[in-house]
Design a protein around this ligand. Structure first.
Ligand SMILES: [Fe+2]
Length: 340
């Protein structure tokens, strides 16, 4: 596919672990030797705020006989980094800032800078995360690779000088004490989002827009928007200035790019290089998330809603929409319904 040309695949099917080109590795518990995580860095960080850094992880079921309290591992926080996780299977206890709730398939977790968090899995959990501004994570992966190479030249893995230098590369990981907590219903945990409980929702012919996280929760960098596409609905981009990345969480869509067609199924990431024209069409009802989108989607749709309700005649003038799109950084060139 495109890995060598662009540094990432245009379509990355996370469900197809055999063939998606990602290297998974298992991290074992240092005390009991049980597997804790099967993880991979599916996509490396890029540019300011370390965008697009995706990690595909199975959070392993806690061993039999271990209590939830014992299973909470690496309780920690980040000073600047923030994280978005899709829970795509399984059941897990999520600890955030003194509270614990249960999260399950379909939930989305938004962890902001300064929030102390930890997890313990009741079942194996598909934990698909995007990290932002998280040097410690990115540097940790790099450091591990360097240490492995150095070990081959005879440098001990625990060389104190290396370890000290490693610690100084990124300090955005603060290990915390084991959690003490109150248990609350999932709906009351601010960090847990769900497409059925969006922060805002705008319905149109053929598609629904749902706001899952706010820009102010992502250091002003981006917001997480779901586009629920009905079969046949499509959208296109022309020579767009910004990199586009989507997570097709459920359903089936067709991607047209560089004269090729890709059928993209649930659990896949779509990566579009800057400037590359493309079209995405829903084959089935599909939930497509705009990941790291730099458009100001929420104010765009909020403004559009005002015009739709208060002065719909203005939408007959193509200038109205063109002006709104330019103002809010929306680069969509065309959509397949009456709204254009
Ligand atoms: Fe974290």
């Amino acid at each position: 596919m495109s890995m060598t040309e662009f540094g990432y695949d245009f379509v990355l099917d996370l469900e197809d672990r055999e063939h998606n080109g990602i290297n998974y590795f298992t991290r074992y518990n240092v005390n009991n030797g049980e597997p804790e995580e099967v993880m991979s860095v599916a996509l490396d960080a890029e540019g300011p705020h370390g965008r697009y850094n995706m990690c595909d992880t199975i959070m392993c079921k806690m061993p039999t006989g271990v209590t939830v309290d014992e299973a909470f591992k690496m309780c920690h926080m980040h000073e600047f980094g923030y994280e978005t996780f899709f829970v795509d299977s399984g059941l897990m206890h999520l600890y955030v800032d003194g509270k614990v709730c249960m999260v399950k398939t379909g939930d989305i977790i938004q962890l902001q800078a300064g929030q102390v968090h930890a997890m313990a899995s009741e079942e194996d959990v598909k934990w698909r995360g995007w990290f932002h501004d998280l040097d410690s994570f990115h540097n940790g992966i790099q450091a591990g690779k360097v240490a492995a190479r150095l070990a081959k030249t005879g440098v001990p893995r625990d060389d104190p000088e290396f370890m000290a230098a490693r610690m100084a590369t990124g300090k955005d990981f603060y290990l915390c004490e084991p959690p003490v907590y109150d248990r609350i219903p999932t709906e009351e945990m601010m960090a847990v989002r769900h497409p059925d409980r969006p922060l805002a929702q705008f319905d149109f012919e053929g598609f629904s827009i749902r706001q899952i996280t706010r820009r102010c929760e992502n250091a002003g960098v981006s917001e997480l928007i779901l586009c629920r596409m009905e079969p046949g609905f499509s959208f296109s981009y022309g020579y767009h200035k910004l990199r586009e990345q989507y997570y097709v969480r459920t359903g089936k869509v067709k991607l047209e790019l560089f004269g090729d067609e890709y059928i993209v199924t649930g659990g896949s990431i779509i990566n579009i290089p800057i400037l590359a024209p493309f079209t995405i069409t829903a084959i089935e009802q599909s939930d497509v998330y705009d990941i790291n989108g730099q458009a100001n989607w929420f104010p765009f749709f909020l403004n559009l809603e005002s015009i739709r309700k208060k002065d719909p005649d203005r939408l007959n003038d193509p200038e109205t929409l063109r002006f709104l799109k330019e103002k809010f950084n929306v680069e969509t060139a065309a959509i397949s319904t009456s709204l254009r």
